[in-house]
Design a protein around this ligand. Structure first.
Ligand code: CAA
Length: 240
């Protein structure tokens, strides 16, 4: 059965793979994006998936953006909190701006989106929420105090809402990707990236589609007994 799904940060990288996969599963998908108009236009042209531009760090923008999606497609039944940024720096060099930007997008953004679909999901007795956390929220990562804190926060958020949503037909889960071949990982200096790949037992970066398939399972009607879970998809780099 097709459902209405929103994927944040859905026009590029892992989010784009998730949006495409959910569409293939028969869902009506809306992809949000923060700033890259060109990538969003290309994505819509290729996939037919409509994009919505707003900042997940802005509560009122999320409220208005979700209202627009609901006007276009109907009540949101599936939310994928994927939008995320990095601003890496060793802690002694990390600025309050770098800290706040990452927390506001990766953690508060998840609150902003989820809070604006939660009551509707409760009232209708169905919901699927998946948040894309990270291996680095599980194990920590040099130069990522902000990012690791935000992604670890996403896991605590997920486990709490899983408890609150369980009696209302809402499942809330997280996926922790390892290093995936996206713009974000490609921005890591090549030498550092090579060192990272050397730590991945499968011997390569992951593909965005490998994360999308985890999300497809968690959002399926068949996955109603899976809630509060964290699926690690990291090529064996870390066993949480
Ligand atoms: N462990 C221990 N020490 C490290 C280190 C590491 N992983 N990386 C760097 N260092 C050390 C350096 O050797 C250097 O030591 P000395 O000062 O004693 O020489 C020190 O840290 C500082 O190095 P730099 O001067 O090069 O630091 P910089 O201010 O230029 O910052 C950096 C460089 C931001 C750390 C850069 O190396 C970097 O981007 N590293 C990658 C961080 C990373 O893995 N980010 C993940 C991005 S992908 C992602 O986040 C997606 C996901 O979910 C998985």
């Amino acid at each position: 059965m097709g459902r209405v799904a929103i994927v944040t940060g859905g026009s590029r990288g892992i989010g784009a793979a998730i949006a495409r996969t959910l569409k293939e599963e028969g869902h009506q998908v809306a992809a949000t994006y923060g700033g890259n108009d060109e990538a969003a236009a290309k994505f819509t042209e290729e996939t037919g998936i409509k994009t919505y531009k707003f900042d997940v760090a802005d509560y009122e923008a999320c409220k208005a953006g979700i209202a627009k999606v609901e006007e276009d497609l109907g009540p949101v039944e599936i939310l994928i909190n994927n939008a995320g940024i990095t601003k890496d720096a060793p802690f002694h060099k990390m600025t309050p701006e770098q800290w706040n930007a990452v927390i506001n997008t990766n953690l508060t953004g998840v609150f902003n989106m989820t809070h604006n679909v939660w009551v509707g999901m409760r009232d209708r007795g169905f919901g699927r929420i998946v948040t894309i956390s990270s291996i680095n929220g599980q194990k920590g990562q040099f130069a990522q105090a902000n990012y690791a804190a935000s992604k670890a926060g996403d896991l605590g958020f997920t486990k709490t809402l899983a408890q609150e949503g369980a009696s209302k037909g809402i499942t809330v889960n997280a996926v922790c990707p390892g290093y995936i071949a996206t713009d974000m990982v490609m921005a890591v200096p090549e030498k550092v990236r090579d060192q990272i790949v050397a730590q991945i037992p499968v011997g390569r970066l992951g593909e965005p589609e490998e994360i999308a398939r985890c999300v497809a399972f968690l959002t399926s009607d068949d996955a109603g007994f899976v809630t509060g879970a964290t699926i690690s998809a990291n090529g064996g780099q870390y066993f949480a």
